[in-house]
Ligand binder design. Sequence first.
Ligand SMILES: Nc1ncnc2c1ncn2[C@@H]1O[C@H](COP(=O)(O)OP(=O)(O)OP(=O)(O)O)[C@@H](O)[C@H]1O
Length: 302
Amino acid sequence: MLNLIRISSPKPMLLRRIFTSISPHRANLHRSFIPLATTISSSQKLVKLCPSISMSSSSSDNHITNEAKRSTILPSVTGSTKPELLRGIESVLGSPFSSNPFTPTPNPLIIVISGPSGVGKDDVIKKLREVRPGLHFMVTATTRAKRVGETDGIDYHFVSKEKFLELVDSNELLEYALVYGDYKGIPKQQIREFMSKGKDIILRVDIQGAATLKKILGGSAIFVFLVAESEEELVNRLVDRKTETIATLIVRIKTAREEVKHMRNFDYVVVNAEGKLDNAVKSVESIIDAEKAKVLQRRAVI
Ligand SMILES: Nc1ncnc2c1ncn2[C@@H]1O[C@H](COP(=O)(O)OP(=O)(O)OP(=O)(O)O)[C@@H](O)[C@H]1O
């Protein structure tokens, strides 16, 4: 009785192709092969795949690959227990199944959220904080006065102009700008600290800040442009917010008209439509999920 099939080159290629074609149909394996099989193992559980092709021990045997030698027997799908079947397949493959994940751990992301004043950046980020507590929301340092409902260290680090300029001098800000008379900047140390823990970072910056960050970070960060559905709606929000004087309102609206022209420099645009804050947040979440699933990951280095 023949126990093993010996195959001379180039038959190993043929055999490999047969295995490839059957693998998605493992359930039908026994139907495809058992009619050809001759029982060979003492436990009657290993089956021969096909009649011997060659029994010669000629020099062509040197060309037989180990894989081909191993590939000549398979356990019977119907006559084996699952562990026996799995061990048998491992033995045919020549190595145990790996439990390592197919995908490496995704790199921590830097997600820059920007958009014209009054579009709802703060509200989107507030909501995102609730639904994605695993993200790290960078707390921007600012010299502007605290608004009603804002908390120091959560919404912003509210600092004096002197303190802010000290951070500038010590090169401790990734980016900073004078926005409507107030300084705003991103502390570098905070980014390094959280990225080293594998956390994704959310940065909230105005358009000017996003342009600077694009120069610094290039394609290593994700740039999201938040817009209202129309200029009219944007103006409504700014007016309803009741934080602006007529002069600052006009400046913000004029600026917004220029800013929307920069949309093309961003990776994604998300519409924060009237009363649809949740949809905008879901869109940002989808962007993050899609970026996490990218085969070629971005790699931000600060
Ligand atoms: N989807 C929405 N529908 C209606 N109102 C909204 C929506 N999103 C935000 N708002 C409101 O619009 C106003 C402006 O929002 P927010 O202050 O978050 O804007 P911002 O982009 O952070 O502005 P700034 O850059 O000036 O700080 C707020 O009163 C906010 O509650």
